[in-house]
Ligand binder design. Structure first.
Ligand SMILES: NC(=O)c1ccc[n+]([C@@H]2O[C@H](COP(=O)([O-])OP(=O)(O)OC[C@H]3O[C@@H](n4cnc5c(N)ncnc54)[C@H](O)[C@@H]3O)[C@@H](O)[C@H]2O)c1
Ligand SMILES: O=C(O)CC[C@@H](O)C(=O)O
Length: 386
């Protein structure tokens, strides 16, 4: 029985994908084979020897020690695009919230309950909540992946001019963009030309404070900023100061911190981007399918720390996670050959410092093989899947 530990609430549609005669799922189990997680912070966790994989039911993996996991032979997956529509819809909502003073107006209207002539009062007071339309304005998007690309197309459909910046734009993502979306190669063009700026890229130590005082200074007066990606991408102190100075008109963020909470013209949402039943189901199902294919077949799809690799084997599969260094593959195949085993098929792929080799072997696989491969310099983990 494989044990799957859930660190956050994972949609039941996803956990139902596991065959319960082979898998037990619980939020409290010792030494699981796999972990399913959403936003729980895992950097300080120690992992048991059985842990083969972690699946992030979502996009961002900054809560997971991805590099350490690779060093420990733990494959980390995410679920690319599975929650992108949910975030796109919230981003469109945020664009409107940043323009039309909807939050302030609704809360003012609610405050009129019990007053003698509320209908008359609202008509008299509504002018202070007027705000501009988004049609005809320029939206700058930083990061044109699953979410940014969908927002670009939706904003175009709403009549906005869209400019996007993404130095690592994939061909697939580019092909999904409306031809009218203008792609710029200098991020400063986003800052200089946008009425609204929204950011949709991963948070890493390198992308911390991508938008800070200097970037804000390049922006148009009255710019509206949206951050549904990660709080650390935009310096909260810099934005709050720019709001006080009148440089930034509004900041809508999905990430609460003590600097932005309670500040006028900042709308803080409680990390709601992916909180739709549809996206929670999509992410959980994709995460469960990734784990099952890895645990049972050794196939890797959508890993963030190991390469994608899959193989239909005719015999036994020997799956090896190893360092991406010269002679390791040769040493592994020699170790297998020295045990009298013939390799029928082989797949090898690498991602940065790590590599994955799958061998399809026929005939008896003596129990000594695992130890022999493990003894090869650079080998991190060996699994034999019959
Ligand atoms: N608020 C939420 O609930 C929520 C939900 C989903 C995702 N997110 C966040 O949004 C981020 C993006 O999600 P996604 O699904 O679009 O991911 P994605 O991987 O599909 O797209 C990210 C894009 O950012 C680009 N990028 C990387 N570094 C960049 C840089 N320095 N400058 C500009 N672009 C850069 C990549 O090339 C890629 O195209 C996630 O990493 C996550 O942190 C938040
Ligand atoms: O799981 C969530 O609710 C948030 C997910 C989101 O931050 C992501 O990066 O996919």
């Amino acid at each position: 029985m494989y044990k799957i530990q859930t660190l956050n609430k994972i949609s039941e549609i996803g956990t139902d994908v596991f065959d319960k005669s082979k898998y037990s799922i619980s939020d409290d189990c010792a030494n699981p084979e796999a972990i399913m997680v959403r936003s729980a912070k895992m950097h300080d966790m120690q992992f048991g020897d059985n842990l083969l994989a972690i699946a992030r039911a979502g996009a961002g993996v900054n809560n997971i020690p991805v590099e350490r996991c690779a060093q420990e032979g733990i494959c980390v997956f995410n679920t690319p695009g599975a929650n992108s529509n949910a975030v796109k819809e919230l981003a469109i909502c945020a664009l409107l919230l940043s323009s039309r003073k909807i939050v302030e107006a609704a809360s003012w209207a609610a405050s009129l309950k019990g007053t003698p002539d509320a209908p008359k009062t609202v008509e008299g007071g509504k002018s202070k909540f007027a705000g501009p339309e988004i049609a005809g304005k320029t939206l700058g998007i930083i990061g044109l992946g699953a979410i940014g690309g969908k927002i670009a197309n939706a904003a175009e459909a709403l009549g906005m001019k869209v400019i996007g910046y993404d130095p690592y734009l994939s061909i697939g993502a580019a092909l999904h963009l409306e031809p009218s979306v203008k792609i710029v190669t200098d991020i400063n063009e986003i800052y200089a030309n946008s009425d609204y700026i929204t950011i949709h890229m991963p948070y890493t130590p390198q992308t911390k404070n991508t938008i800070d005082t200097d970037q804000i200074a390049m922006m148009k007066d009255g710019v509206r900023l949206i951050n549904l990606a990660r709080g650390e991408l935009i310096n909260s102190e810099a934005v709050v100061k720019a709001i006080a100075d009148g440089k930034v008109a509004k900041y809508v963020t999905d990430f609460a911190d003590d600097v932005v909470l309670g500040v006028e013209n900042v709308i803080v949402l409680p990390h709601l981007g992916a909180s739709t039943p549809e996206s929670e189901d999509n992410c959980a199902v994709m995460a469960a399918e990734e784990l099952i294919d890895y645990i049972e077949n050794g196939n890797i799809k959508n890993s963030v720390n190991l390469p994608n690799a899959s193989m239909n084997a005719v015999g036994t599969k020997i799956c090896v996670i190893h360092k991406n260094v010269p002679t390791t593959i040769a040493s592994i195949t020699t170790a297998v050959g020295n045990e009298g085993i013939n390799i029928e098929n082989m797949v090898n792929a690498s991602k940065k410092d790590f590599a994955y080799t799958m061998l399809d072997v026929t005939g008896d696989v003596p129990p000594t093989v695992e130890g022999k491969i493990n003894a090869v310099d650079g080998v991190i983990r060996v699994r034999i899947i019959k």
